[in-house]
Structures are given as C-alpha cells and as structure tokens.
Write a protein that binds this ligand. Structure first.
Ligand code: 9MR
Length: 567
C-alpha cells in the first residue's frame, strides 16, 4: 500500500449528486488553496480550505475542503493541497454498486454447514463445508449442552460464523439478520428492491425467484430457529444463547478442520427476544415470497415472546467467554421493546401494542444501537413500516425521536475535523459499526423527511469509513488505495499462512478502539489518539476483526448509497 498522505478523501470516491468533502492535515491558521485534478491531471476545480484547528479524536490539526460544486464524473481524480496530492478516486453514479454486492457476499463466505463454491466466491475462497459432523469436526448436527444445561442434543447446523471465530451466537445473529432484512424492506419502500433481488448476488440460491438478500438472511434465520428449545423440554420456546467451541481455536483454523467439541450454552432472555424480533420481522418480509416459511417464523416468534415473558430475567453472564464471546446482557428491556415492536408491526395484535406503549423504551431518546442495545431497531420499524397499529401522533413522536437523533449525529459530525457521527470518547470495540449504525439512523431520517442533509450525513459517514479519517485508511478490504487486508479471521489468514487468502473484498474491520484490548494493540498503539487506535494486523482482534453485525450495517449503507436518485 502507498504511504499515507495528508489530504484525506474517500478513497473509493464520491457520488455526482452527493457531498464532496475532504480533510487536510495542516497547522496553518489561514486558508490553503486546493485544486481538483481530473484523471489526465488537468485542473477541474479549485478553491480554498477552511482551517478547523485541533481535532480531539484524531489528535490532528485539520482543514476542510468542500468541492461539492463540482459536477463532473470520471476516474483518477486527485485533490492537491500545498503540493500534496490525495490518493486517486472516482466520481461516479455507480460508485457503490460493487460494495453493495461485496458487503453481502461476505455473508455467503461466512456460512457454516455448506461448501463455499469457487464459482461463487472465487477459487481462493472455496472450502469444504464446515461443522457438519464430518471428521475432524464434531458439530453442528448433534450438539450437546454444557454440563447441567440440558440432557439432549440439538441439530444447529448452518448459520453464519460470527466473525473471525467460528462461534454462532443468537445475540448478534439477531441484529445482523435484522439489518439485512431491514435493508431489503427499506429498499422495497423506496422502489429500489430490484437491486437486491433475485440473481443480484453470488449465492447458491440465485434464480429461485426469491430476492438474494432474503436468501442470504434465510441461511441465518434457519439457524436461529434451530436454536429454539423444543416443545416438551424445560424452558421450551426460549433460545439457547449461543454455541461454540469449548476452547478458543488457534489462528489459522480452517472451518472444516476445527476439531474442538462444540456446546450449547444455556438459554437467555436476550437470545429468546432476538429470535422473537427477527422471526417476527421475517414473517412480515418473507410473506410474499414464501408463505409457509413466514408462517413458521411467526409461530416461532410468538412462542419465543411467550417464553421470554415467562422467563423475563435469565441473563447471559460476562464470564462465559471461554472458546467464544460472552455477548452478555444485564438489561433486556430494549430487547423486549424491539421484539414487541416487530410483533406489533407484523400482527397488529393488542398484546404487542400494549407491550410497546408500556415499555420505558417507548419515550426514551434514540440511542446508538448495537448487539446489546436494540431498542432503536424497534423504533425504526415502528417509524417506517406502513400501517403499524399505533395512534398516528405516537408514530409521529417516534419519528421525531429518530430525526432528532439524526440531527445530533449531524452536529457531532460538523464539530470535528473528520466528519464522524461518534464523539471522541466513543472509539470502543467495533467503533466502525457505531459509525455505520448512526449513519443508518441518518438514512432513516432521510427516508422519513426527504431532507438532503440526512443523506449527506449518511454518505459522509461512508467517506470516513473509506479513507477520510485519522489514519488515511479504508476499513473495507478491496475498496481504496490503503484498505485493510489483514482482518482477524481463522480462514482468511494470509498474514499467518501464505497459502490462505486475505479477507475478500467487502470485509469490514471493527475499527479504532481506544481500549487497547488485545496484545498487539497494547504493544503497538500505546498513547494513540482515539481515532488512531487501530492496526491492520491479524492479531489485533480488538481493532481489526470482522463480524456479521458490522458487515450488516455496511451492507445496509452501501445499498442505501447505491440507490440512484434524481436530485
Ligand atoms: O462486538 C463485541 C464487542 O462489543 C465486545 O466488546 C467484545 C468483547 O466481549 O466482543 C465483540 O464480539 C466478538 C465476540 O465476542 C466473539 N466473536 C467476535 C466478535 C467481534 O470481535
């Protein structure tokens, strides 16, 4: 990769009808001249920067470039300031088409229990099915419980591996699936679902008449349904919290060569409500394509809801993190709200409406959502799905909560040297997903209001993720001159074993984490400014892992950005 340069752009490029801003590192207190040069080097536009002074998140002094008045298109543009050129970038209406499909193809490649086909994924990425009980794999077709949790075995094959590890977690599978299905539901409302439709993705189900994005999400939904405790067993209707190896496996470990025992971990209220929410959403969205599946999903969602009501405080502990992540959660009021909202939007039944309106979450301001905080997923559904059985003024109020959160994100962005919708103290594990999730709220606000400033905010958040940032880095492999390529993964482990591939294009790194929570981060990043606490090393799982919940928000945003508009 080339060295970093002080003129920081979206290394993929810009949309002709989108914002075009860049950040320059400079301590100059007066404006600097900027020049936009086209692919032949000719001057396309020029102007002067605005000095912005010191930026806390990056620890850098910055200037702002705004070349949004330029309306040309082409490839190989550079932005030149003070004799220094940015990396080359495109200006094109089709800018995000590739990322829209690659960020989804990530999920196919994370599939468990199916051979990854060279014809679909590329020969470097093909591998035999993992975890179908074929030696040396132990699972996942008849998986026992941890000691004392149950006395039977369950077939929990399929689903997506969570991240760089090969665990499968209902909490986290839930938010990831919801975001992908929500992306389709949103696109359908805006009349753009064809771009996510049948034969748009490299998935084995292409050509089956079902939109490919829904085929992909179905792979995980079938796994989530398998994680439900069967009728006649203790805690029937609840969902097991997770299943994974009994010990952390080494790096690399090919999925089909994982020889560890796999175990089901005890059911939790949070997992049960993740199942209720996503199955209720699926019942609504899949109904036109597969009525039988939609019906099965609704039955499972209702069973899960009833089981969660009967077991409202079975909490997954933070200590259960050997061989897999804990995905602990001590407050499930947000999961109750999310599940009630999905069930209400799908069924209109008064029991779910009452659960929504009596929830403490119903009047709270919109907070950033993540795997442990899912209330805003419910708010988005209530605010956007047509015909939700709530009084009109209540829906208007929920919409207002979302647009005021979006306004807060815009002011956070404009107060910083790099337009990031998170504050300087918010660079935690997976910070890139906080950026992408807040950008989703901006996208929702754009849908609700049509106000361009929200679309601008969503697109500028992508600028941050794709290179306009403290490190001059694109966090998405294959997209940008200085893109991450060594994300933490047990199969895409080229950095450890040259016979294995790098992560495929469209793989999204967790991003800067000021907590320095792994040995590589501790050794290499001490003293970093928050937005610079990142290293593209396979060992840095706390800054450089991939994960399904993170790629799902990237896929949502890429689909949003790729939609053609006539502004
Ligand atoms: O995304 C999770 C992050 O919020 C937590 O701080 C972190 C530590 O518990 O775990 C992250 O999730 C990881 C999970 O536990 C195991 N699979 C990989 C996930 C991404 O790093």
């Amino acid at each position: 990769a080339p060295a970093d340069v002080p003129v920081r752009v979206n290394q993929l490029g810009y949309l002709p009808d989108g914002p075009k801003r860049a950040t320059v590192i400079s301590t100059a207190t007066t404006p600097l001249v900027w020049q936009l040069r086209d692919g032949s080097g000719a001057l396309a536009a020029s102007g002067s920067t605005t000095a912005r002074g010191a930026d806390r998140a990056s620890g850098q002094s910055t200037h702002l470039v705004d070349f949004g008045a330029y309306t040309g298109t082409g490839t190989g543009y550079t932005l030149v300031v003070d004799g220094r050129a940015s990396h080359p970038f495109d200006i094109s209406a089709s800018l995000y088409d590739g990322l829209r499909s690659d960020s989804m193809s990530f999920f196919y490649q994370q599939r468990s229990g199916i051979a990854i086909d060279a014809a679909l994924a590329g020969s470097a990425y093909a591998h035999p099915a993992g975890h179908l009980g074929v030696a040396p794999n132990k699972g996942d077709t008849s998986v026992p419980c941890q000691a004392g949790v149950c006395d039977y075995q369950l077939d929990v094959r399929g689903g997506w591996y969570d991240a760089g590890d090969q665990g499968k977690y209902v909490v986290n599978g839930g938010i990831a699936t919801w975001e992908i299905v929500n992306s389709f539901e949103r696109a359908r409302r805006s009349g753009a679902e064809a771009a996510l439709g049948d034969s748009t993705l490299r998935v084995p189900e292409r050509g089956n008449g079902v939109p490919d994005v829904l085929d992909e999400a179905r792979w995980e939904l079938d796994f989530l349904l398998r994680m439900q405790v069967p009728e006649g067993k203790p805690q029937a209707g609840m969902a097991f919290h997770k299943m994974h190896d009994t010990k952390w496996t080494a790096l690399p470990t090919r999925p089909e060569l994982d020889a560890e025992n796999r175990e089901l971990h005890k059911p939790s209220t949070a997992a049960t409500l993740n199942l209720a929410a996503t199955a209720a959403q699926a019942a609504r969205v899949y109904a036109p394509y597969d009525a039988a599946f939609a019906g099965r999903a609704l039955t499972a969602a209702k069973r899960a809801w009833a089981a969660a009501k009967a077991n409202p405080n079975v909490l997954a502990p933070a200590t259960d993190n050997t061989g897999g992540g804990a995905y602990e959660d001590a407050d499930v009021s947000d999961e109750f709200y999310w599940a009630a909202a999905e069930l209400l939007a799908t069924t209109g039944e008064s029991q779910y409406r009452d659960a929504v309106t009596s929830s403490p979450q119903h009047t709270k301001p919109v907070d950033g959502f993540w795997w442990g905080g899912t209330a805003s997923l419910g708010r988005i559904t209530l605010a956007t799905v047509p015909g939700v059985a709530l009084p009109a003024d209540d829906i208007t109020r929920v919409r207002g909560l979302l647009t005021s959160a979006a306004d807060t994100h815009l002011s956070t962005m404009s107060s910083q040297g790099y337009a990031v919708p998170i504050a300087a103290d918010a660079y935690v594990w997976g910070s890139n997903s906080s950026v992408a999730n807040n950008a989703m709220v901006l996208g929702v606000a754009y849908e609700l209001t049509g106000a361009q400033r929200y679309r601008t905010g969503a697109l500028e958040s992508l600028d941050y993720l794709l290179g306009r940032n403290a490190l001059d880095r694109s966090y998405v492999s294959g997209y940008g001159e200085r893109a991450s390529e060594n994300q933490h993964h047990r199969f895409w482990a080229h950095q450890n074993d040259a016979s294995l591939p790098h992560p495929p294009a469209g793989s999204f790194a967790g991003g800067p984490n000021a907590g320095l929570e792994d040995p590589i981060a501790k050794a290499q990043l001490t003293g970093c400014a928050p937005a610079a606490c990142y290293v593209d090393d396979i060992g840095s799982y706390s800054t450089n892992e991939v994960a399904i919940n993170w790629n799902a928000s990237l896929a949502w945003l890429a689909a949003f950005a790729a939609e053609r508009r006539s502004t």
